[in-house]
Design a protein around this ligand. Sequence first.
Ligand code: FAD
Length: 307
Amino acid sequence: MTRFLFQSLSRSRALKALASRYGMRRRSSLARRFIAGETIDEAVAAARDLQARGMMLTLDLLGESVTNLDEATAATRQYVAAIDAIAAAGIERNVSLKLTQLGLDVDKASAVDNLRKILERAEPAGFFIRVDMENSPYTDVTLEIFNTLWRHGHRQIGAVLQSALHRSERDLEQLNALGARVRLVKGAYKEPKSVAFQNKLDVDRAYERMMTNLLAQGTYPALATHDPAMIDRARRFAREHGIGPDRFEFQMLYGIRRDLQAELHREGYRVRVYVPFGREWFPYFMRRLGERPANIGFVIRGVLADR
Ligand SMILES: Cc1cc2nc3c(=O)[nH]c(=O)nc-3n(C[C@H](O)[C@H](O)[C@H](O)COP(=O)(O)OP(=O)(O)OC[C@H]3O[C@@H](n4cnc5c(N)ncnc54)[C@H](O)[C@@H]3O)c2cc1C
């Protein structure tokens, strides 16, 4: 219910305008807890700070669902510029992106061309590019594009699967067979029951099955979750099966469970933090609020403090 409400609110223009004006204004502003900033310089500063604390990172230039090809071209240019800036800054070369940001809603071929342009710049510079997974109308096409690029020899790319979707265990078999790197998530979107588990317990059970499958048979999987129970199970499974901590990584979102991030790092696990930045931060921010009602209290306190 909360997730649905926040997904609806994320489409509100008035709220977006208001949030854009106040949400990032100061260092203490409410959205800064989850978003590194609006500029690449702010993202690089956040990344340096994380690296100094032993974290790995992936940078995400926020923006999704562009509605025309000019916007998609502009987003592609921004990504290429971000790649150059990341390389120049000397921070870890790893980015995440969304295909709708590159024009998937407008024209699939253009989105693929745009992704290719980004890969042409990123791959020779040693970047790894993770193609984020969006809501279920995009699952097929996202995996199809991923497969096509893989067939064309691109190996510095990775996919994402959501345990919430009924289909994901089948998709996992295919990605494992390719030898592709998979990030496993529970899924951030409200999905219909025709395609997704509606019950959290079912999503968690599927996550656990996919997680153990990935640890046993996957290629350097990324277990992206803040759920301590899942993380414990991963640690135990890895220990029991002699899977060393260099064979997989945990991933968490910027600003969420920083205590757990630090604890895992202290224990010798690899932890990658997903660092979102950019002017189009509103839908991302709303998804994070929708995931956890307690965040709303955090935001209200931030608003009161920010007056
Ligand atoms: C690195 C990374 C990349 C991701 N990429 C994608 C993607 O490409 N596509 C996609 O659909 N989803 C993506 N997600 C989001 C994911 O699908 C979940 O929506 C999100 O991670 C919450 O689920 P959870 O596994 O943390 O567990 P949950 O069971 O939802 O939460 C477990 C615990 O984690 C903490 N927690 C979870 N969310 C929050 C929050 N917002 N604020 C504060 N605490 C929180 C709480 O302590 C909670 O009790 C990504 C998540 C991560 C960590």
